[in-house]
Design a protein around this ligand. Structure first.
Ligand code: C5P
Length: 222
């Protein structure tokens, strides 16, 4: 029984991380959230006062900092050097700036390399924007998760509310649409469905239904 590479891509707040975590758990696989890496780089750049579209300055910063992950019962924890940034990288300030940082070639090259190293032995569910197209083009299973902007904004709204973060629904909808636009139109590894990815629309599905659908797709490939 081979250990598979499973790529789950899609736009912001389509439910990738929730679903990817559950699929990984069912299979006994590692889960890797590549968005968290881009968010951690953004956090570090803001903290150092680096211009977020300064490709060279970001490259230099990346050679000096260490981003690390620690699995825990509560989910993956994220560190930049000694600082834990797990919660901070979910703040709106990061969400609204991460696409600028993620469009820089030096950042994409460094993180893609890192992600390929993490996935090399398979047994991994990796979620992001360009996993099926660029990071793991040979992944045996590729899922492209989508949902309407309205539904995605509503999900993020409920999540934020539970965390005590107050953001208005229309604002969220605009921010999500703007992040989709930036991620889809950037020059390097834009958000696009891989030719061999299977699209799963989660707009009217529960989390359990989405996981069941994906598990079926995986069983067919295994
Ligand atoms: O998945 P998440 O919303 O945490 O991703 C944050 C941002 O990181 C995305 O909007 C995108 O700009 C960037 N990203 C990316 N490539 C990936 C994962 C995330 O460009 N593989």
């Amino acid at each position: 029984n081979d250990l598979l590479q499973i790529a789950i891509d899609g736009p912001a707040s389509a439910g990738k991380s929730t679903v990817a975590k559950m699929v990984a758990h069912e299979l006994g696989y590692i889960y890797c959230d590549t968005g968290a890496m881009y968010r951690a780089v953004t956090w570090a750049a803001i903290k150092r006062g680096i211009k977020l579209d300064d490709n060279l300055a970001l490259e230099h910063m990346l050679s000096q900092i260490k981003i690390s992950f620690a699995p825990s019962v509560k989910g993956q924890r994220v560190f930049v050097d000694q600082d834990e940034v797990t919660d901070d990288i979910r703040l709106p300030e990061i969400a609204n700036n991460v696409s600028t940082v993620a469009a820089q070639l030096s950042v994409r090259e460094a993180l893609t390399k890192r992600q390929q190293e993490i996935a090399i032995n398979g047994g991994i569910v990796m979620d992001g924007r360009d996993i099926g197209t660029t990071v793991l083009p040979d992944a045996q299973v590729k899922i492209f998760l989508v949902a309407s902007v309205k539904e995605r904004a509503l999900r993020r709204f409920k999540e934020n509310k539970a965390k005590g973060i107050k953001v208005n629904l229309e604002t969220l909808e605009q921010e999500i649409a703007e992040r989709d636009r930036k991620d889809s139109t950037r020059a390097v590894s834009p958000l696009v469905q891989a030719a061999d990815a299977i699209k799963v629309d989660t707009t009217i599905l529960s989390v359990e239904q989405v996981v069941a659908k994906i598990m079926k797709i995986i069983q067919k490939k295994a």
